[in-house]
Ligand binder design. Sequence first.
Ligand code: F3S
Length: 301
Amino acid sequence: MEIIRADHSGFCFGVEKAIDKTFERIDRAKKDCRTTYTCGNLIHNRAVTERVESMGVKMISSLDEAKEGDVVIVRSHGEPKEFYDKADAKGIELIDTTCVFVTKIHKLVLSAHGEGRPIIIVGSANHQEVKATNGWCDYAGIILENKEEADRYVRNFNSDKIPLIVCQTTIKRELLDSILGVFDKASLKYEIKNTICNATRDRQESCAQLAKKVDVMVVIGDPNSSNSKKLYEIAKKYCKNALFIQDISDLELKELGNYNKIGVTAGASTPEWIIKEVIASMSENVTANVDHNPMLDYMDD
Ligand code: F3S
């Protein structure tokens, strides 16, 4: 039996940066004694957020819960423009861990909105990243989650300006293609900025490649992590056996004994120590051939 890890899996560049900055802040907080919060989950991983909380960083759901002089960490998914304005007005210091790829989308949207152009965001309306992005165009953005919504949008389109289309960084390429197909079929002009980030693309592609050649795929991620759930969808598409687990406690190790080749991948917000623990437990009874991914391991004890 063989365990093969996807070429790209686990923490992405943006999440590493967010955690780096948070830990720097935790160190500094020991000296300046100012209360530090995260507004919402720092990243979509329960183990990480619990660890950060245990180190004294509390989670709040709105800036209304912080007061002048407090420090608030902005999560990697970003926040709307009004969040920054409010923090400024209240005298709250922000530690901004918004991923640079998300910040780039904010700038695109802000600029196009300033020109009076329609803004289309392809992604999930309920996702924090999409909500934050929409907040950079005064919430005038149209969020398209699927082809049917694109059909409706195109039928009712009535602007003389060319719409700008951007994407949530973690969507599947197929979704973007299907939506652009609707615009093309209607001969509606648009400007597309494909803002699906490389980390997402790499993880999805290597998951698909690996899923095609193994007997079972194990996807490790938090149930609230959009990119992890998409990896699971891809794993299911290309491999008839796919499992989605949060950590080793979700895995029925005995079941895996029925398979010869086991593929492992993990979402961009899954810490290295959780991946290592899963692989180590599986390896106890199988010959491992793990393609090691030298990620920084912030959470290792
Ligand atoms: Fe940034 Fe992409 Fe990760 S947008 S947070 S590098 S999944």
